[in-house]
Design a protein around this ligand. Structure first.
Ligand code: DGY
Length: 317
């Protein structure tokens, strides 16, 4: 039986599955392993089932025991792993695409709705108990008829487009390459982020974190948006320069934000917590039982498939 280090606690049924297939070293206390501890626990293992909270950088990869042949990341994003360093050591890295698309798109819509309709302020008023209905109380922005810019039209971006269309939003997008018309479904492609941002009453960030997308929302690019735009992010915090965003919120260039992911999470830029119009969640994109089960099952299957066949459809390096 292959020995696999599972770095974070999984739902019970998934841990049972891992234990049936492998000699699994589980983390029942759900401790966040330091890089040193992860290296120590990897000794004698054939594979690692990692999560987005494990920073498996070049230095860590160089120190991994030779027995490690696969790192199966329990996420669709893999910015936490230096995939190139892993490739150099012949370690396969896999992810869990598709299974979390719908759950993440739902959270993207929640962020859009929460930010546009001032949900955070509403919740705060309800807690204070001294609110009263009036015709101009917490007037928000309506989705119907407004333009949604989607940055990154992969699986999640397309699922967001579909949901947003049913709210009557007009869909614009920027992607590395233009989609075929039958996949585009009427969404308007933009050749540049300047062009996309300038028509985005609301932006939904759905692209992967790469060197190219890091801080793509910054002091200069924030200027491209219409005044009073709303920015939401369901992908990774790396895409936003937080200082620039806070300034844009303070100056009211940006009306509201909806965030589920943060640079350096679980830390959150302290100014976001003070912004009444910030609708912020603790990385809940894939947090449903159905989706987390499917993700862990797929991460386990990726390892199983790799050891049984020497190949795996979800290898990313
Ligand atoms: C992912 O899989 O990358 C998600 O962010 C997890 O919630």
């Amino acid at each position: 039986m292959k020995k696999v280090l599972v770095t974070r606690k999984l739902l019970r049924s998934c841990e049972d599955k891992a234990s049936k297939l492998f000699d699994a070293n589980l983390n029942s206390n759900d401790e966040l392993y330091s890089q040193n501890k992860l290296l120590k626990l990897s000794e004698g293992c054939d594979g690692i089932l990692s999560s987005l909270t494990d920073k498996i950088d070049e230095e860590t990869i160089k120190k991994l025991p030779d027995t490690i042949k696969i790192i199966s990341n329990f996420a669709v994003g893999f910015g936490n792993i230096d995939v190139e360093a892993a490739r150099k050591r012949n370690i396969a890295v896999t992810n869990t695409p598709d299974v979390l698309t719908d759950a993440t798109a739902e959270i993207a819509m929640l962020l859009i709705l929460g930010a546009c309709r001032r949900a955070n302020e509403g919740i705060n008023w309800v807690k204070k108990e001294n609110w009263k209905w009036s015709s101009d109380f917490l007037i928000g922005k309506q989705l119907t008829g407004s333009r949604l810019g989607i940055l990154g039209m992969g699986r999640i971006g397309r699922a967001v487009a579909k949901l947003a269309k049913s709210f009557g939003m007009e869909i614009h997008y920027r992607n590395r390459s233009r989609l075929k018309p039958e996949i585009e479904e009427g969404a308007k492609f933009h050749e540049s982020i300047k062009s996309l941002f300038s028509v985005s009453d609301v932006l939904s960030i759905c692209c992967p974190a790469t060197k190219e997308t890091k801080d793509i929302i910054n002091k200069d690019t924030l200027e491209y948006f219409p005044t009073g735009a709303i920015i939401t992010n369901v992908a990774r915090g790396d895409m936003i320069d937080d200082e620039a965003m806070v300034q844009a919120l303070n100056s009211r260039k940006i009306y509201a934000i909806g965030l589920d992911v943060y640079k350096g999470e679980p830390r959150i830029h302290s100014e976001y917590l003070k912004q009444p119009t910030a609708f912020i969640l603790p990385h809940l994109g894939s947090a449903t039982k159905k989706t987390r089960t499917a993700m862990a099952d797929l991460a386990i299957d990726n390892i199983d498939e790799y050891f049984s066949t020497g190949k795996c459809k979800n290898i990313i390096n």
